[in-house]
Ligand binder design. Structure first.
Ligand code: NDP
Ligand code: 8X3
Length: 250
């Protein structure tokens, strides 16, 4: 049986780390990328260099990304699935108080790096009739106070996914936007600048989505029969739903 290869970004934690395990368990090769090499290297020790290739770089650094791509071992060079998962939210301040540097970091990571890696891999993905799974968010559709630029980046990811589908019409390449709601990972720790208590409070008693839930969803999407495309999929924990508009009164 042909062994397929997935490039999973943000593989050092959360959804990405769980997805590496799922795809390796399913018999795939995985290129695991993120900045924290010390979190990625054990994957090679655990699964073997023929199953996992580590590419440790800052995804905002285009030159580093191109070098990592050029340095892929031959067995990993034909990418069948790109999981654009690396991303982050920083802060929850209202726009008028937000830190512009944090906004730019979210745009550089969630948008610019995502389109750069996608563009780099498109020729291979087309040649192999592969697939792209972009990790968006419920924040792409439902605004909330303090979500400003984070939600904007995810709206871009969702719309870019649909646009890609349109452009890739006839190539056989599948494109999916995965839009999770509240999931317990390091996401809130990162968003709050390392406030573990705030992260624990957010998830306490809520039975949030787990990283394993998302890994299973990605596995399902990637292993559907090749004539099926999931355009977008939105997931929430049962404990999370919608609330009304806010009204300010004079
Ligand atoms: P984590 O913080 O656990 O994981 C984020 C991953 O992104 C890490 O592996 C991190 O690696 C990587 N990353 C961040 N910045 C960079 C960078 N500059 N260069 C390379 N890699 C980077 O969070 P999640 O697993 O929850 O997040 C994964 C994706 O899911 C994100 O796009 C997030 O927006 C999205 N999402 C999360 C939800 C949630 O509630 N948790 C819900 C909906 C969507 P490292 O720091 O080692 O570089
Ligand atoms: C993460 C979900 O609601 O924190 O994308 O924005 S939320």
């Amino acid at each position: 049986m042909t062994v397929r290869t997935a490039w999973i970004t943000g593989a050092s934690s959360g959804f990405g780390a769980a997805s590496v395990e799922r795809f390796v368990a399913g018999g795939w090769r995985v290129i695991a990328s993120a900045r924290r090499a010390e979190r990625l290297q054990p994957l090679v020790e655990r699964h073997g260099a023929e199953r996992v290739h580590v590419a440790a770089f800052d995804i905002r650094d285009e030159a580093a990304m191109r070098s990592a791509h050029a340095a892929l071992p031959p067995a990993f060079a034909g990418v069948d699935l790109l999981v654009n998962n690396a991303g982050l939210a920083l802060g929850t301040a209202p726009a008028q108080q937000a830190d512009l540097a944090q906004w730019k970091q979210m745009i550089d990571t969630n948008v610019t790096a995502l389109v750069t890696l996608t563009r780099l891999l498109l020729p291979t993905l087309i040649e192999r009739r592969g697939a792209i799974v972009n990790i968006s968010s419920t924040a792409s559709t439902y605004p909330y106070p303090g979500g400003n630029v984070y939600g904007g980046t995810k709206a871009f990811v969702s719309q870019f996914s649909l646009g890609l589908r349109s452009d890739l019409h006839g190539t056989g390449v599948r494109v999916t936007s995965v839009e999770p709601g509240m999931a317990q990972t390091e996401f809130t720790l990162v968003r709050t600048g390392g406030d573990q208590a705030a992260s624990d409070r957010l998830y306490a008693g809520a039975q949030p989505i787990t990283a394993g839930d998302i890994a299973e969803t990605l596995w399902w999407i990637a292993t559907l029969p090749p004539h099926l495309n999931i355009n977008r999929i939105e997931l929430m924990p049962v404990s999370q739903s919608f609330a009304g508009f806010q009204v300010h009164r004079d």
